[in-house]
Design a protein around this ligand. Structure first.
Ligand SMILES: O=c1ccn([C@@H]2O[C@H](COP(=O)(O)O)[C@@H](O)[C@H]2O)c(=O)[nH]1
Length: 275
């Protein structure tokens, strides 16, 4: 298996530069005419798989919306991840894990170990216990040729309190996270496997020019970010940017063809990323 960064670069080139979220909000389940329970969750995910599998570059299930249903919800997540991964559609588990090293090791094995029922192509991690605490996930991802997306500058306004604070050399904390990720990507072919998360809602992005890895940009659509914001924040890194859109696409459901049309319209709006 090729490293995640290379697989992602191939998927973006062939399927367009979009990460579509599977975010089964209770409100969306109701709008789709589904019950707000595990049965509704399962049907929602089956329709998402039918609509997105083989169509979009990468799919991002939001783990929180599965965990809320307990073990039965996790079982739906396992099945969803398994179907997508086995058909070759990349899966990014949005779990935002981050803890002390020994616990991080268990999180890493959950999301990145080939023998785990939740094994995905990549996982989101939070570096706010210190970037070094992420080492078990970064090391296991390198070993299993999977990917990690490190939260750097998140799309929520509250993030700035921590992420825009300055360290002794004057860099923002968000910039430190990008620079640490860049060290992990040094020497990678095509695109490294350590990505960062930079919100499409921000007024300014960290300097991404040395990252050599994917840049996930959530916050497009429902949170107010636009394709123009993505263009502005990406700077000269257009080919590494992966906009994430969840509710803005999912609102088109439950019709599979309407979901696919929403994906196609959204991809068209980001044509500049592939030019
Ligand atoms: O900075 C971040 C990091 C992650 N997210 C996640 O992305 C989706 C966005 O959903 P929308 O419906 O498109 O707003 C969601 O799962 C968030 O948890 C983010 O928004 N910002």
């Amino acid at each position: 298996m090729k490293p995640f960064g290379q697989r992602l670069a191939g998927a973006l080139a062939h399927r367009g530069p979009l990460c579509v979220g599977i975010d089964p909000h209770p409100r969306l389940l109701a709008d789709w005419g589904l019950t707000v329970d595990v049965d509704g969750l399962e049907t929602f995910c089956e329709l998402c798989v039918e609509a997105f599998d083989g169509v979009v570059a990468i799919v991002k299930p939001q783990v929180a919306f599965f965990e809320v249903f307990g073990s039965a919800g996790i079982a739906v997540l396992e099945r969803t991840v398994e179907v997508l991964c086995s058909s070759g559609t990349l899966v990014l588990a949005d779990a935002k894990r981050g803890d002390i090293g020994s616990t991080m090791d268990a999180y890493a094995r959950t999301w990145l170990s080939s023998d785990s029922p939740l094994c995905s192509d990549a996982v989101t991690v939070s570096p706010y216990l210190g970037f070094g605490a992420l080492a078990p996930a970064l090391d296991l991802a390198a070993e299993t040729r999977r990917g990690v997306f490190v939260l750097a500058a998140t799309s929520n306004p509250e993030g700035a309190q921590v992420q825009q604070a300055r360290v002794a050399d004057g860099r923002s904390v968000a910039q430190v996270m990008v620079d640490e990720a860049a060290v992990r990507n040094a020497g990678a072919d095509v695109l490294g496997s350590v990505g960062v998360v930079v919100g499409a809602t921000l007024t300014e992005a960290p300097d991404l020019s040395a990252l050599h890895g994917p840049i996930l940009m959530p916050g497009v659509g429902a949170q107010g970010g636009t394709p123009d914001d993505v263009r502005r924040l990406a700077g000269d890194q257009l080919r590494a940017v992966v906009p994430n859109v969840s509710r803005e696409v999912l609102r088109a459901g439950p019709s599979v063809s309407a979901l696919r049309d929403a994906v196609a319209r959204t991809v068209d709006g980001f044509a500049f990323l592939q030019a």
